[in-house]
Design a protein around this ligand. Structure first.
Ligand code: SF4
Ligand code: SF4
Length: 54
């Protein structure tokens, strides 16, 4: 997952991920990528359009 510079670390993506694999740190997002189902729910949920699936 690519996190753009303009991410505000609001945590909305982490809250909506059905697999609960996104962790919001102070200035980073950590994804448990092997558990990701690539559903793109987080990508669509981001209000700032700051996530991109590789
Ligand atoms: S929802 Fe978007 S802006 Fe908020 S933490 Fe996730 S990627 Fe960043
Ligand atoms: S693509 Fe789906 S499973 Fe993967 S991090 Fe985003 S919401 Fe979670």
């Amino acid at each position: 997952m690519i996190v753009k510079d303009w991410c505000s670390y609001c945590g909305e993506c982490a809250g909506i991920c059905p697999k609960n694999i996104i962790e919001v740190k102070e200035y980073s997002l950590v994804f448990d990528e092997k558990e990701c189902s690539r559903c793109e729910i987080c990508v669509k949920a981001c209000p700032l359009n700051a996530l991109e699936m590789e």
